[in-house]
Design a protein around this ligand. Structure first.
Ligand code: PSV
Ligand code: MN
Length: 424
């Protein structure tokens, strides 16, 4: 569902004077405004197909109504987000939750909304109906070769779906690990996993990337076979140049210094992509920037500095995606908030005076270094983000228009109240 264009125009007109005032003010003291806006406009964050409905916890699931009933409706929802913010121009599919029945028509539908297909994601953490072997004791790590074979074949199948859709990367997240001491031979689990990943890697098309996502705990609670960035990097280094580590912000132990991890992975040329979310305690999958926006800014600061040092294209050289779940908020509103938080952190990182910061570092001027960083963090860059959106054909305030036009109410009328979309 797309909104009528004139409604976007009317809304922008109603808010343009106020926006202009704010934009002029912030532009008056930022040197590189035009460059920042150009970069913001180019930056796109993929929306996962499993985040368009209300997810659940293991205690319950509360549908918000009007959730997408099919992959087509999920694409419509991402199309709507992209129409509003012009920064959500891609969708990432999880297989088999969202197997396209007809790849060509799905591709054509996505193209109508200006959407591309981001990484495809495999699922060997759940058993599917009719599946021969269970993943209860792992998939790529499994002691039984036939289970490993089944999981490898699934990943190769996922690549095939991705090729049909025009994706260019596969994300492998493994729930493999152990829940009790003694359960697993760590070395054998690693070796089995590596061999399995090698077979999947061999099936990658020439221009594809493989992202190996790590997670500290859950669903296994004693060990995870890809438990941290060090383990992921071991795999990706051994696999080869098409393999990269993927950082999901919620997959670290408490207080991990994620910005440092990002800096070093980038330095090694092994950072592949991101799953954005926020958390207070663990893998909480909360709205990006809702708990610790300063950490998000510090991460973006390393991303910008590290990518610039390597001459990388901010928009296309890494995979940017949201991986959140929405238990109590409207998923579309939540996703609008998440994308906005990402754009804000990115904009703040773009206005850091990096020369001054480097100079302060060289002189061990710790106080100035903090002032420079926090000076950028405390600038209200929202008018810059809004201006980028406006120039790309989006809306000055997507969330406000979403509510004003009662989009959710409309979706409930069309799709019904009691709908549960696929995903976790
Ligand atoms: C696992 O917690 C994860 O972050 C992986 O990216 C999965 O693919 C996704 O969440 C499933 O919701
Ligand atoms: Mn993830």
């Amino acid at each position: 569902m797309l909104l009528e264009k004139y409604k976007l125009g009317e809304f922008n007109e109603d808010h343009i004077q106020e926006h202009k005032r704010q934009f002029e003010y912030v532009s008056s003291y930022i040197k590189n405004v035009e460059e920042v806006i150009k970069k913001l406009s180019a930056f796109q964050v993929a929306i996962p197909s499993w985040a368009l409905g209300t997810g659940g916890t293991r205690f319950g699931r509360f549908s918000g109504g009007g959730e997408p009933r099919s992959l087509e409706e999920k694409i419509e929802d991402v199309g709507l987000l992209h129409q509003l913010n012009q920064s959500s121009g891609a969708i990432s599919l999880h297989i088999p939750w969202d197997i396209p029945s007809n790849a060509n028509s799905i591709k054509a539908l996505a193209a109508q909304y200006g959407l591309k297909f981001d990484a495809v994601n495999s699922n060997t953490f759940q058993d599917q109906p009719g599946q021969s072997h269970s993943y209860k004791f792992g998939s790529l790590q499994h002691v039984d070769k036939s289970v490993r074979k089944q999981a490898i074949e699934h990943n190769i199948e996922v690549i095939k779906h991705g090729v049909e859709l025009g994706s260019e990367s596969l994300t492998v997240w493994l729930a493999d690990g152990s829940s009790f001491p003694g359960q697993l031979n760590f070395r054998k689990a690693f070796e089995n996993t590596l061999k399995s990943l090698e077979e999947i890697y061999a099936a990658l098309p020439a221009d594809w990337k493989m992202f190996v996502e790590y997670k500290a705990y859950e669903p296994n609670f004693y060990s995870m076979t890809v438990g941290d960035w060090g383990q992921s990097l071991l795999y990706t280094n051994k696999l080869g140049p098409k393999a990269y580590t993927l950082v999901d912000l919620g997959h670290h132990l408490p207080n991990a210094n994620i910005e440092q991890i990002v800096a070093l992975l980038l330095m090694e040329g092994k950072l592949g992509g991101f799953h954005f979310n926020d958390s207070k305690y663990g893998d909480d999958d909360l709205t990006v920037g809702s708990i610790d926006p300063y950490q998000l800014f510090l991460i973006f600061n390393e991303l910008v500095e590290g990518m610039d040092a390597k001459g990388m294209d901010h928009a296309s050289d890494l995979g940017w995606m949201i991986d959140a779940s929405h238990n109590i908020k409207d998923p579309l509103e939540d996703l609008l908030q998440s994308v906005e938080a990402i754009m804000i952190a990115y904009a703040q990182a773009l206005i850091v005076n990096s020369d001054k910061l480097e100079n302060a570092r060289e002189n061990n001027d710790v106080v100035s270094a903090q002032e420079i960083l926090q000076g950028a963090y405390r600038v209200d860059v929202r008018p810059l983000v809004a201006e980028a959106r406006l120039r790309s054909g989006g809306v000055l305030d997507p969330l406000q228009l979403f509510r004003k036009l009662k989009v959710r109410e409309d979706l409930i009328k069309r799709r019904g109240q009691k709908i549960v979309a696929t995903g976790l």
